[in-house]
Design a protein around this ligand. Structure first.
Ligand code: SF4
Length: 330
């Protein structure tokens, strides 16, 4: 591993100033992804600004909003009672997202900003990677691997956004609270990440020195039901081939309102707004559910190894819609 400067700032302002002043500096939080990337030589910061002791940990519920400090661990959030009561799909995504050891180290802010798991991105001996090296090409498009994305991608990059918890958070319109040299701002999670087909070498909209300090998560109102279904190659500690976060408000057999997002298929956590519009105000109908799934994956960019994800996404969404609507209406 290369030598680097390590520093521990006294407060958030000092941390932001330290990173903003050095183009080769970066924040360090739980480190569960960052250290791997450094050991592999994929990520080579000259200066690490350790924010783990800053007061950015904890969960505050006020009215219909839950503020989650960026350094709150995945395990802490999963154990929060209000999450089980009002955002069950978030709890299910957290528990499906990592082993308990990782959940005790990994932070929510770090999870949202994790780098892609694309094997070529993580192998510095591969030169063709537009994400790592702009305009160098994409080694993955000649690959037969199954773990790439099919939505929000093109021949320049098919990298997948691998976060589980980001999927239900996108479904409920959570927002990142961001602090930076220019002050604070809110960034809706639906706008935090940049689709690979809109900028293969840009992962998110944060500028250098900006830090996610918290995530504001609207609680689902009383009467809503939600759940997260993750389809993967094995039941323990594996990334999603496809996942579906679904929240519904039922009025008898009628879907009064619905929120849907998909994981494991997009270069960003994929909010399925068209499917929501197709289902809002309709009755429970598996055929309609499948049509909504087909509409969501229309225009997918597939490779030989990823073509199966089109049908898998439709089946995953249909199954989760059925589970949520039939249990909710009984
Ligand atoms: Fe790089 Fe994206 Fe291609 Fe992977 S898919 S090799 S991250 S450009």
């Amino acid at each position: 591993m290369r030598a680097f400067v390590y520093e521990r700032p006294a407060d958030v302002a000092q941390a932001i100033a330290a990173v903003a002043a050095d183009p080769q500096a970066a924040f360090l939080a739980g480190g569960t992804t960052q250290l791997d990337l450094m050991k592999d030589g994929v990520w080579t910061p000259d200066r690490l600004v350790d924010i783990t002791r800053l007061p950015l940990r904890g969960i505050l519920v006020e009215g219909q909003l839950m503020r989650v400090g960026a350094l709150t661990t995945m395990e802490q959030l999963a154990a929060e009672p209000v999450v089980a009561q009002r955002l069950l799909m978030v709890r299910e995504a957290l528990l499906a997202g990592a082993s308990v050891q990782l959940r005790n180290m990994a932070t929510i802010g770090g999870n949202l900003l994790q780098r892609t798991r694309c094997r070529y991105f993580r192998d510095p001996s591969v030169s063709a990677c537009n994400r790592r090296s702009p305009d160098s090409g994409c080694a993955a498009v000649d690959d037969t691997a199954r773990m790439h994305a099919i939505l929000g991608v093109d021949e320049r990059c098919v990298a997948l956004h691998a976060s589980d918890v980001a999927v239900p958070l996108v479904a409920v319109d959570a927002q990142a609270l961001v602090a930076g040299p220019g002050g604070q701002r809110h960034v809706p999670l639906t706008e935090l990440w940049v689709r690979a087909d809109e900028g293969p070498s840009i992962e998110h909209v944060l500028t250098h020195g900006e830090l996610v300090t918290a995530v504001d998560v609207p609680l689902l109102p009383a009467g809503w039901r939600s759940g997260y279904l993750k389809v993967r190659d094995r039941a323990s500690y594996e990334f999603a081939l496809c996942s579906a976060a679904v929240a519904v408000l039922m009025d008898g057999d009628l879907i009064a309102d619905v929120r849907i997002a998909l994981g494991g298929v997009g270069s960003v956590p994929w909010r399925a707004r068209q499917a929501e519009e197709m289902l809002r105000g309709t009755h429970v109908d598996p055929v309609r559910f499948e049509q909504a799934g087909r509409a969501t994956v229309a225009g997918a960019y597939t490779l030989p190894g990823t073509a199966f994800k089109v049908d898998l996404a439709v089946a995953t969404l249909t199954r989760q819609l059925l589970a949520m609507t039939t249990e909710a209406s009984t």
